[in-house]
Design a protein around this ligand. Structure first.
Ligand SMILES: Cc1cc2nc3c(=O)[nH]c(=O)nc-3n(C[C@H](O)[C@H](O)[C@H](O)COP(=O)(O)O)c2cc1C
Length: 208
């Protein structure tokens, strides 16, 4: 029996999806790295499985930044690429606007959040304002400096980031820094982050 089954009992993704109803809070799990083969993909999948097996008033969806092919903010593009870039920005903005809260899964690059996620956030403002966010990181120190970096950005974007962050170490939560095998002790922290996120996502909904 796997780690998640031990914690929550056996349940499948399919069963979880059938009970989603429209009154639930909608929470995005944003996979915030665009690198091909990113470690963030297995972390986001794990996060989805973990969160979906809780008996929450929330439904969860993975939003993979790599799928959006966003241009850099303000970048001059050849005419042939402009319509595609505009469509990508529109799809990203509309997708992010459709949620009540977010879990940002992020690596740390040079003691900061990755450039692709920073650029993607620079393309938003009203879409995420008065909403809540939690952080899940991975890196040498669990992505903690990327989280602190995001807190500065979210102050400006009017996003309420919760106190508890989840930090996966490349050394002890990944085999060969590549195969994600999180230590059991993270479960308490993940639950606390989700409890805080759901409370604030619900509270902020009343402001909008
Ligand atoms: C350019 C670069 C800079 C990095 N800087 C840091 C860093 O400052 N702190 C850290 O803990 N890990 C750092 N790392 C390690 C990454 O966090 C790690 O490789 C992670 O898996 C990258 O995310 P990705 O798999 O989504 O690309 C860096 C990696 C790269 C490629």
């Amino acid at each position: 029996m796997g780690f998640l089954d031990k914690l929550f009992g056996k349940s499948t993704k399919q069963e979880t999806n059938t009970v989603i109803n429209n009154n639930k809070l909608k929470i995005a799990i944003v996979q915030g790295s665009v690198r091909e083969g990113s470690n963030g993909e297995s972390v986001a999948d794990w996060m989805y499985d973990f969160a979906s097996q809780r008996k929450d008033v929330a439904s969860y969806e993975i939003v993979n930044l790599a799928k959006y092919d966003l241009p850099m903010l303000g970048q001059e593009l050849p005419e042939t690429d402009q319509a595609g870039a505009e469509a990508a920005i529109k799809a990203w903005s509309e997708k992010m606007a459709s949620f009540d809260g977010y879990i940002f899964v992020t690596p740390e690059y040079n003691h900061a959040v990755g450039g692709a996620l920073k650029n993607a956030l620079d393309l938003l403002k009203p879409e995420v304002a008065n909403k809540a966010a939690g952080f899940v990181g991975y890196g040498g120190l669990g992505g903690t400096r990327a989280h602190e970096n995001l807190r500065l950005i979210f102050g400006e974007l009017q996003v309420a980031d919760v106190q508890t962050a989840v930090t996966f170490s490349l050394m002890s939560d990944f085999e060969n820094m590549r195969v994600f095998k999180p230590a059991d002790y993270h479960a308490a922290n993940v639950n606390q982050m989700l409890d805080q996120l759901i409370a604030w996502a619900g509270a902020f909904k009343t402001l909008r």
